[in-house]
Design a protein around this ligand. Sequence first.
Ligand code: ATP
Ligand code: MG
Length: 389
Amino acid sequence: MGVFLIRYGEIALKGKNRAHFEKALEARLRQALAPWGGRVRRGVGRFFAEAPDLLEVHRALSRVFGVVSYSPALKVPLEMAAIEEATLRLAQEEVARGERSFRVQARRAEKRFPLTSEALNRRLGALILERFPGLKVDLEAPGFTLFLEVRPEGAYLYTQKIPGPGGLPVGVTGRGLALLSGGIDSPVAAWMGMKRGLSVDMLHFDAPPWATARGKVEALAEVLAGWGAPFRLFIVPFSKVQLQIGRHVPERFHTLVLRRMMLRFANLLAEREGVLVLLTGESLGQVASQTLESLRVVNEVSALPVLRPLVGLDKEEIIALAKRVGSYEVSIRPEEDCCVVFAPRHPATRPRLAQVQKAEAPLEIPTLLQEALEGMEVLAYSNGGSGGL
Ligand code: ATP
Ligand code: MG
């Protein structure tokens, strides 16, 4: 078993929030490490995990939102001989990696230990220099830093601080519902919601037999599950809605009316589930349905706030994030989602609300929504999704 020191951000945390955050982070860490028999313990301002030092464990830790950084460490008894031996072992690894300079940074949290932090720095520094004559001390820009933490239960030594994903532990800010298509954008939007502490269920509208992105969407849910399951994926049959729109609504408003139907449904489901916020992968100006006028027309049917986390990002930035999330390779598979097949040749780009309301007037909206709800499937995802990083 290896030992990991896990750090989280404290700046934004005050009072009750902090306890809430720590409890949630502890639960998320336990969940992430459970498949490898990992154990988690809370320390002051950080967590300690015992888990095998495997690539999978690193991957799991680097996907727990709330983790700012972590360090695989050696834990040894509070005896100088053991501390020195561990020091040399870590220094040896760094030398093998080609490092040529170092510094020692000791912290004595256990004041009963006889040597002060300063004395530890000097003694371990001298030991390293003696054993590895090619190394130099460099306090400003060392090739590596040997960190030592002296705590009541033992001494921890490490040289690496590996960045975590940051953010807030999934669940601390509440629950969201993300509209997930098979595209590049919406999985990233859902991920950004998770990163800010939302526990996010996924909602997908499917339109068999004309087009179905179902395989992709299930694979995307699998990927997202690796970042903060459990959640549910709701799959809603929308063929009839599309058929009715195709029959009764002028073509240039097809996408807008379809989006309004999606958002109406999402509000219905969110209310039933007690969810307070929706998320979409919409941006600004990407396509005709994402002009300000279109967003306003679509948004009008939503009583709940709709978060659009991608609004400040360029496509290149979104793609880079999708790669980091692990969703990109799935999103670019050539399965077409309902909207693509259904897209009008000449969509309205500056729609007026009254026009769209009039255009959708022939639809029997409550009946269509009710039928869609009755046909809805629910799939559950738990920890251990795949993909990414
Ligand atoms: P994406 O890459 O997420 O599909 P996009 O840039 O292609 O986004 P649109 O296709 O216009 O944009 O869709 C805008 C948003 O509407 C999507 O990001 C998603 O949140 C939602 N959406 C679109 N189609 C569906 C669908 N079939 N099921 C659920 N949500 C959808
Ligand atoms: Mg799309």
